[in-house]
Design a binder for this molecule. Structure first.
Ligand code: NAD
Length: 357
């Protein structure tokens, strides 16, 4: 583990039930675009926000899961016709990532400017950023406190990252009451995404004592609370614990990035349509088995999380959540596994990884 290190988190973090009621304070009179998704809109929150502030100048309600360039570019060009000073992102990781795409601008340029930057056709410089307030409504991705966004190109069957050093949200508000409506399947996916962030920041070349402390805390919370929450989806106590796990994992992997489980997951999501949270977590027991005994600090962290040097407890949890750990159950046979391995060449996430497969 790196003993010489630095740690950076410029986002103001607020954690409180019903903090949305105080949103006007954070907006502070700035002309604001609200970004959300249909899944969330159903719950009447847009109307509620309009009663709490009169700063909303435009609303985008149709961000889809795993956002794609083609949809984002269309919306980008529409909203940037208006003048606005702030983005308010209320939704899951897809909404927050889409908001990050919208937040990058240059006065004279359209969405293609952002796409070109992401796809490496333009240098990542000479851009401006509109500040963003991020309010996650799933407890999973940590996007509200990371400096990157995942944008998908399903035609190319490829995932791209918008990664800028200053892409952090201005404020992240963790309000577990907003996650009470998340259905069981998405609760499982997002909770396992969090576990993957935590473990991936431990078997990571960029790990340091701060990130390890957060990651262990996060993984323990997931192991102790995810199954209980799935058996009692209305429990605010378990929702709060899982949201805290998401926050701690974000505090860890925002400074380390993810590693090999995520590198593999992008192929599995793009080629097999498996949701991100499952794609990046069903391989975790295999990776634990691979890394045990190789690095003292990883063994110590795993001992603290699982109470033993074994993947058994995680395998049991996944089984009870009905998540298979077999590649074949995700449509990946031996031949395709070779293709998956080929997709990992020159991958930054693999370069971060202290686990080798
Ligand atoms: P999501 O944002 O795609 O949401 C999943 C579904 O849940 C959507 O239909 C949404 O409308 C619905 N939903 C959201 N909140 C709800 C609520 N409170 N009640 C009921 N329904 C609700 O899912 P996600 O897992 O949060 O995000 C996935 C995306 O995040 C992927 O594209 C993934 O690659 C990306 N991601 C980004 C980062 C990052 O740091 N930028 C990290 C991990 C994952």
């Amino acid at each position: 583990m790196n003993q010489k290190f630095s740690y950076h988190m410029p986002t103001k973090i607020v954690s409180a039930n019903n903090e949305l009621d105080n949103i006007a304070k954070y907006i502070n009179g700035r002309k604001t675009i609200l970004i959300t998704s249909q899944g969330f809109l159903k719950r009447g929150f847009v109307d509620k926000i309009n009663t709490l502030t009169n700063s909303i100048v435009d609303i985008v309600t149709d961000v889809k899961s795993h956002p794609e360039f083609k949809d984002l570019e269309k919306t980008y060009n529409q909203i940037h016709k208006k003048e606005f000073e702030l983005i308010l992102a209320i939704g899951g990781g897809s909404v927050i990532d889409a908001s990050k795409f919208f937040s990058v601008y240059d006065y004279k340029k359209d969405a293609k400017f952002v796409t070109d930057m992401i796809k490496g056709n333009l240098p990542k410089e000479k851009y401006k950023l509109i500040p963003t307030i991020s309010i996650p409504t799933t407890a999973g991705t940590g996007s509200e406190i990371t400096p990157w966004a995942t944008i998908w190109d399903m035609n190319e069957k490829k995932k791209y990252s918008l990664h800028l050093p200053d892409l952090f949200s201005e404020v992240a508000i963790y309000d577990p009451t907003l996650t009470l409506s998340v259905p069981k399947g998405i609760t499982i996916q997002t909770g396992l995404d969090t576990l993957s962030h935590a473990l991936e920041s431990i078997w990571n070349k960029n790990a340091n004592p701060i990130t390890i402390t957060y990651a262990v805390k996060s993984a323990k919370l997931i192991m102790q609370n995810l199954l209980l929450l799935c058996q009692n989806l209305d429990s605010l106590e378990y929702r709060d614990n899982i949201m805290k796990a998401c926050m701690y994992a974000g505090l860890a992997f925002s400074n380390t990035q993810t590693a090999i489980a995520h590198a593999m997951s992008y192929y599995i999501t793009a080629h097999k349509g498996i949701d991100h949270g499952i794609a990046c977590s069903f391989t975790l027991p295999m990776l634990i088995d691979n890394v045990i005994g190789k690095y003292d600090f990883i063994d110590e962290s795993l001992m603290e999380i699982f109470g033993e040097l074994s993947s058994d407890k995680l395998r049991k949890l996944l089984k009870r959540l009905d998540i298979s750990t077999e590649f074949s159950d995700y449509g990946i046979d031996e031949r395709e596994f070779k293709e998956l391995r080929n997709s990992l060449k020159n991958n930054q996430r693999v370069a971060n990884s202290l686990v080798i497969i």
